[in-house]
Structure formats: structure tokens, C-alpha cells
Design a protein around this ligand. Structure first.
Ligand code: GLN
Ligand code: ZN
Length: 776
């Protein structure tokens, strides 16, 4: 299939997708109000419609030649694709053609009768998608008409505003969809479903063509992974079949290079291919040199994964030689969907002018793409101003005294190998620790946060706005801590936490107390469903001027005889959930953070806190997409974690927490982190993770989560005992802890209390079948 659309006299500019959540998180609030029964489906639909219109308008107004339609989702675009095709997980018994949003959310969130769909990270981002559930009887023949309604809306909007932009439909491609799902039953290989999937896409694409759609962006991000031959072999026949019936297809790859698939990509019967020109800059020229004359090549040169202003000179220098080869067949784009960056810098009044001038959010990125398109299209004279502004901002950033800190540099140089090691090995440490606390077998604990009630949020907000004095704030937060500690004692938990009421977000809270970090007022990015995060960004050397958590932990410990866990966010997560510097290696930034945390860990110990949890929920998502690069990442990631933890004595117990279940493949590295206790997520995947423990013996203590905190469903005692019995099959009793999957901040008190009460009961029941005291 060749490119047959009108290319026009200029290069085409487009983005692979726009953030759907809204600059003010409108979609989040509309969803949540619907879930709470405060508004109906019509109101939620109206909110979504307005956002889509606004985002198309932004793209058209910025001079994009296409606006993206189909990047919107009511919770997640993978679930959206299943709804569109009609391939909903069978266990929900929903009719896809008559699906309403209530049914859709049942799959996404679960209810009292159903577990929610499993959720997992979207490649190496902090976005989470819902995992398709593959069973043999699934049909892909068609489901909801939502995409078609959206296309109608976009076409109407573009024609009523006489915009020259056209609608481009964005679809997750068939092979990536299939790959990202999990077999639930009855299939020996995911590709067994391929014929049905292809037939479903054929039907869908034909329908899109009939509807007047001329271009479909079909995302195949799995091409950036190291794929097995059977998956690669499936591309040609699949796209051969689709191209017969489809509108023009632009097949997109992103998040990494796809150079090893160059031959395949050249030969696919599609109208064009998109390459990530930020992460995969090295691959571009070779692609352009050999690119077929009848296809377009879209280059994602403006970074969809970071918030730094584009170095327009460098971008143009990269594009120029490609342009020489391809002419107007070169399209200019964002590297990936802009889903992963905040919406608009315009609302940022909190940032000082200097730092602000270094940044670009989704809306600004549209302008950058347009400026590059102009420069390539022979209109350089009209964008001189934009180029010189970008140049000046970049020069100012490079030379700003706020970037470098001599103290940090000195500290980095002084790090010794032994700084990464605890004094003794785990067996000796755990014996000392057990002597200190005499914990029962199957000790119970939680992951850190307790429900963040409206009252807590209001208090924090009032303090932040300056409406509440420091001492009033302190008292109110201490009241919350008192309440949480009291409830935990009442529940009979063994290791307590202070509940984190003072924290809005586990990264922001620390970043705000560290030099080198900056914050946006409104830089929200969707993490999953209605959950958004506001990643800080690291612009300079990281340094801790004073203790960050000691006061809170010390107060909490003073309220109880039980051990109180101090609670920190680990260096890898601090890095991973921030937008990071692009002027030094990630590993260096992580090491700076680790040194700051090490000081905090030591200060907590000095203040009498005997257990310290260093959360690393983002450890796994930092893994490079290509397994060949894992070793390098894991090497420095493990080391920085150890450096943050290893400053304490043997009797101080270091915990860590990771909320996902897929780390069988990196178990030795997790073990190398050498935390005394690790708590992990396992309940949603039914302890699937434990498979790996049969093969590789994880040596230290471990708490496999028994309560899925992402779901409003309260597990019963039997469920939790059953999960723990599964764990006991592969892990010795004396190494096991009992805890939820993750923090409880998104849950309410009644369900939290009930779930934890049952969890404590489950632990007691387990103790009936083993020695009552935890062995060292
Ligand atoms: N301690 C954090 C909490 O309980 C951990 C959160 C996380 O793992 N994402 O909220
Ligand atoms: Zn977690």
C-alpha cells in the first residue's frame, strides 16, 4: 500500500496522541463523580466530549495537519480497544455491543462479584493499561460504536471551523494488542487468536474507510522490544490482510529503536512508518537512505517523554539530511503520544521565569513540531524568532548556576565500594532484628499510607495556601497520625506505620525538600484510570539540606510500643517518576538522590526508628525495553538502592516495597538489593509471581500482598489464607509476612478497617499451623 493522500506542498505535522485527562484533570473528576453516583453517564460523556473537542482544537490551531481521534479513553486505551473490537474478558459476561460505562468500569475496577482486570505498566512508562484476557471463545467482530461517534464529532468540528486539518484515527495495532494480553485458559499460544484478531481488524478498518477516514495511525510499540521470530513473522501476513481493506495506514513504533526490523518495516504494505527520533536517533539516517519511494516516514523528533524545551537547532540538524532524502515524505511528529507529559505550561504560575523558560508541555510541543515543519518546508524566515528563543533558553539552562552544586560533586567522588554493603549478611542481621522485636510468625504490616480523607486533603491544601499556621497544621496532622496508630493497635497489626497524611504524593513530598527538584502547579499526567501524578522534574544536582521525615516518624513512634516503620521513597523511584535531566546520565542523578536518602535513613536510625521502608515501586519499570540493556540498568539501580540503605546498623531493619508482580526475570537482582523485608503485589495475579520462587530461592523476608487495594472489593479471610498457603508452598514460613498489595491512601476507612481486620485474622489462622514466634 502506497501513500496516496494529499501531501501538499509542505511537510505533514502531527502528534501520536494528546493527553486525555484534561489540563485541570477534568476527566478524572468526571469519572470519579460518576463512580460515586453523583452524576450520570450522560454527564460523564459530555465531559469527555468537551475534552476531545478542546484537544482537537489545540492541535488544529497549532497547525497540525492531522488531529488524533481515538487516543481518548474512558479509563484506558487498551480496554477501549477491546470494547471496540468486542473482545471483553469473558468472565464479566458483558455484551460488547451494548456496553455502557458502568459495565466498562466494572472491568476496569472490579466490584463485589468480580476481580478487576489486571493492570500493568505500559512499556517503560508510568502509565498502566488493563491486561486483555485471552480465552479461545473470544470474538473480535465488533463492539461499541464510541470510536465512530468520536470520528463524527471530529469531522463535524473540523468542517465547522473550516480547519484544514484532517482527522487521523489512532488504533492500537493487532499484534501489540495480542502481545500485551495474557492467556487465561484454553490457548497454547497467544498467536492462536491471530486469525480472529485480524478478521476483527479487517472489519473495523473497512468500516473506518467507509466512514471517510483516510488515515489510520496503527500503533505497534512492541516492535521496540526484542521480539521472538514468531511475532515478527506475523507482521507481514497481518498487514498484508489489513492493507487490502484499510484506509492508508501509518504504522507507528516508539519508545526505542527498531533498526533491527528495518527490512521488515520497509516491506510492510503500509503507507508509512513512524520512528522515535528521540530515543532512536541513530536509526534514522539508514531508514531514510533506503526508504521506499512510495511511503512516508514520520519522525518523532519532539520528545513525548520529557518536559524539556526542544533543542530546535539540533532537531532541525537531525531532520535536514532526512529531508534531503525524503522530501515531503518526511513527516514531523512527537516521538510518542503526548499522554506522558502534562497538558499546558500556560497554567504554571508557580515556577519562576528562569526554570519555566526551559520547559515545554504537550501544548508547547505542538508549537515546536509546527516550527520544525515550517523550517523544513522552506519557511525558516517566519520562525526565526522561535528558533532564537529556544536557543537562548537552552544556553541559559546550560550555564545556570542552579544546575551544579560543589558539595554534591565532592560527595559523589568520595563514595567507596563498601558504602553499598550492610555490616553483616542477612542471616546475621535478621537474627539480631528478631531478637530486638520478637515478632510473631507471619507478622502483619501495611505498606505505608492510610486513607487520605477529604479532611486530610483540606488541611494540607489550607496549609499550602498559607491559610493555616505551621503549628495548627502540625497538630492536625499529629491528630491524624494518632488516629491511624490507634486503629492499627486496635486491629492488632504487628508493625505499624504513621499513615503518610502529610504526603500528597510519594515523590513530590520528597522532591519538595530536596535541592535540584522543581514542581509544577498543574503538571498532571495520567497514571491509570482517574489516577494522575504530578511528576516533579530534576534540573540540578540533588542535595538534602535537612531531615525530611524524622519529625513525623519520631512522633508516631512515641505513640506506640510496637515498631514504627519509617517511610521513604527510593532513589530509583524518585528518578523514574520524575522528569529527569537530559544533561547527565540517569545513573548519576540516581546516585545523587541515593546519597540524600542515605542521610535520611541514618537520621531516622539515630532518632530511634528501627525499621525503615524504602519504597521502590518503579524499580521494574526502569528496565530498558531491550533485554540486552538490562544488565547495565540493574547494576546501577541495585547499587544506588544499596547505597541509600546501607548506612545503618544490623539491628535496623530495611524494608522495601514494589507494587507489581512481574519480576521473576529479575529476582536475583531484587535479592541483590538486600533489603531485609520486601513487600510486593501478588493478589491480583493470584500469586503468579511465586512461580519464580520455586526456581530461584529469594533469600530474605517477603510479604506477598494478599489484599488488592486497587479494588473496592474486600477479600475474605479464606481468600487471604488461600493466597498465603500458595506462598507457603514455595517460601519457608519463617520468611513470610502478611500485608496488602500497596498503600491504602485511595481506599476509604470502612473498607480499609474491615480488610485489615480480616487480614489480621488470616495471619492468626496461619499461626495456628506453625510455631507462633517468627524464627530468625
Ligand atoms: N508507602 C507508599 C504508600 O503506602 C507506597 C506507595 C506505592 O508503592 N506506590 O502509599
Ligand atoms: Zn505499592
Amino acid at each position: 500500500m502506497a501513500w496516496s493522500g494529499t501531501v501538499g506542498s509542505e511537510h505533514v505535522a502531527h502528534v501520536l496522541g494528546f493527553p486525555r485527562i484534561g489540563a485541570q484533570r477534568e476527566l478524572k473528576f468526571a469519572m470519579e463523580s460518576f463512580w460515586q453516583g453523583e452524576s450520570d453517564e450522560a454527564a460523564l460523556r459530555a465531559a469527555g466530549k468537551e475534552l476531545r473537542a478542546r484537544h482537537w482544537q489545540a492541535q488544529a490551531a497549532a497547525g497540525m495537519d492531522y488531529v488524533a481521534v481515538g487516543d481518548f479513553a474512558w479509563y484506558d486505551h487498551v480496554l477501549g480497544t477491546l470494547a471496540l473490537l468486542g473482545a471483553l474478558p469473558a468472565r464479566f459476561n458483558l455484551d460488547a455491543s451494548r456496553l455502557d460505562l458502568a459495565g466498562y468500569y466494572t472491568m476496569a475496577r472490579g466490584n463485589k462479584d468480580h476481580f478487576a482486570m489486571e493492570m500493568t505498566k505500559w512499556f517503560d512508562t508510568n502509565y498502566h493499561y488493563l491486561v486483555p484476557e485471552w480465552t479461545p471463545e473470544l470474538s473480535f467482530d465488533g463492539g461499541v460504536d464510541w470510536l465512530f461517534d468520536e470520528i463524527g464529532e471530529a469531522q463535524a468540528q473540523l468542517s465547522s471551523t473550516s480547519s484544514s486539518a484532517q482527522a487521523k484515527v489512532v488504533l492500537l495495532g493487532p499484534l501489540s494488542l495480542l502481545f500485551l494480553g495474557k492467556i487465561k485458559s484454553g490457548l497454547s499460544h497467544k498467536l492462536d487468536l491471530l486469525p480472529k484478531v485480524v478478521a476483527g481488524y479487517e472489519k473495523l478498518l473497512a468500516r473506518l474507510r467507509d466512514k471517510g477516514v483516510t488515515l489510520v495511525q496503527i500503533d505497534e510499540p512492541i516492535l521496540a522490544l526484542e521480539l521472538d521470530g514468531e511475532w515478527l513473522d506475523a507482521f507481514r501476513p497481518t498487514y498484508g490482510a489489513l492493507s487490502d481493506v484499510a484506509p492508508s495506514l501509518l504504522l507507528t513504533t516508539y519508545f526505542d529503536t527498531v533498526g533491527e526490523h528495518a527490512d521488515l518495516l520497509r516491506s510492510l504494505p503500509v503507507a508509512g512508518v513512524h520512528l522515535d527520533g528521540v530515543r532512536g536517533v541513530a536509526q534514522l539516517q539508514e531508514f531514510a537512505d533506503k526508504w521506499p519511494r512510495d511511503k512516508v516516514l514520520s519522525i518523532g523528533i519532539v520528545d513525548g517523554r520529557n518536559i524539556w524545551r526542544c533543542d530546535l537547532d539540533a532537531a532541525l540538524a537531525t531532520l535536514k539530511p532526512l529531508h534531503d532524502k525524503l522530501g515531503k515524505r518526511l513527516w514531523v511528529a512527537s516521538s510518542c503520544s503526548l499522554l506522558h507529559v502534562p497538558v499546558d505550561l500556560a497554567g504554571e504560575n508557580k515556577l519562576d521565569e528562569e526554570i519555566r523558560s526551559w520547559l515545554a508541555f504537550a501544548t508547547q510541543k505542538l508549537d515546536e513540531i509546527f516550527v520544525l515543519k515550517q523550517a523544513l518546508s522552506g519557511n525558516a524566515d517566519v520562525v526565526v524568532g522561535q528558533f532564537s528563543a529556544a536557543r537562548a533558553a537552552l544556553a541559559a539552562r546550560r550555564s545556570s548556576p542552579r544546575i551544579h552544586n560543589a558539595l554534591v560533586q565532592k560527595r559523589l567522588k568520595a563514595i567507596a565500594d563498601t558504602d553499598a554493603d550492610r555490616a553483616s549478611a542477612f542471616p546475621a542481621r535478621i537474627a539480631t532484628q528478631q531478637q530486638r522485636w520478637n515478632l510473631p510468625a507471619f507478622p502483619t504490616t501495611t505498606i505505608g499510607s492510610f486513607p487520605q480523607t477529604p479532611q486530610i486533603r483540606q488541611t494540607r491544601a489550607a496549609y499550602k495556601r498559607g491559610e493555616m499556621g505551621h503549628l495548627d497544621y502540625l497538630n492536625k496532622m499529629r491528630d491524624e497520625i494518632r488516629l491511624v496508630v490507634g486503629k492499627q493497635e486496635e486491629l492488632g497489626l504487628d508493625v505499624l506505620v504513621h499513615g503518610e497524611p502529610e504526603r500528597n504524593d510519594m515523590v513530590e513530598y520528597f522532591g519538595e525538600q530536596l535541592w535540584g527538584y522543581a514542581f509544577t502547579a498543574n503538571g498532571w499526567v495520567q497514571s491509570y484510570g482517574s489516577r494522575c501524578v504530578k511528576p516533579p522534574f530534576i534540573y540540578g544536582d540533588v542535595y538534602r539540606p535537612e531531615a525530611m521525615t524524622v519529625g513525623w516518624s519520631q512522633f508516631a513512634q512515641s505513640l506506640t510500643q510496637k515498631p514504627m516503620k519509617g517511610m521513604l521513597t527510593g532513589p530509583v523511584t524518585m528518578l523514574q517518576w520524575s522528569f529527569v535531566r537530559d544533561d547527565q546520565p540517569r545513573a548519576t542523578t540516581a546516585l545523587q538522590i541515593a546519597l540524600a536518602l542515605r542521610d535520611e535513613v541514618c537520621d531516622l536510625e539515630k532518632a530511634g526508628i528501627g525499621m525503615i521502608q524504602i519504597d521502590e515501586p518503579a524499580f521494574r519499570e526502569g528496565l530498558p525495553l531491550k533485554a540486552g540493556e538490562w544488565k547495565d540498568y540493574l547494576g546501577w539501580a541495585v547499587r544506588v538502592f544499596r547505597i541509600s540503605a546501607a548506612g545503618v546498623r544490623d539491628e535496623t531493619q530495611i524494608h522495601t516495597h514494589m507494587c507489581y508482580s512481574e519480576f521473576n526475570d529479575i529476582l536475583p537482582w531484587i535479592a541483590a538489593m538486600d533489603a531485609d523485608v520486601i513487600t510486593i503485589e501478588t493478589s491480583r495475579s493470584d500469586m503468579e509471581l511465586l512461580d519464580g520462587f520455586g526456581r530461584y530461592r529469594y533469600p530474605n523476608d517477603i510479604g506477598p500482598g494478599v489484599y488488592d487495594i486497587h479494588s473496592p472489593r474486600i477479600p475474605n479471610v479464606d481468600d487471604m489464607v488461600r493466597l498465603m498457603e500458595k506462598a507457603r508452598g514455595v517460601i519457608p514460613d519463617q520468611r513470610l509476612w502478611v500485608n496488602p498489595d500497596c498503600g491504602l491512601k485511595t481506599r476509604n476507612w470502612p473498607e480499609t478497617y474491615e480488610a485489615l481486620a480480616r487480614m489480621v485474622q488470616a495471619a492468626r489462622r496461619l499461626r495456628e499451623t506453625t510455631a507462633t514466634v517468627k524464627a530468625a
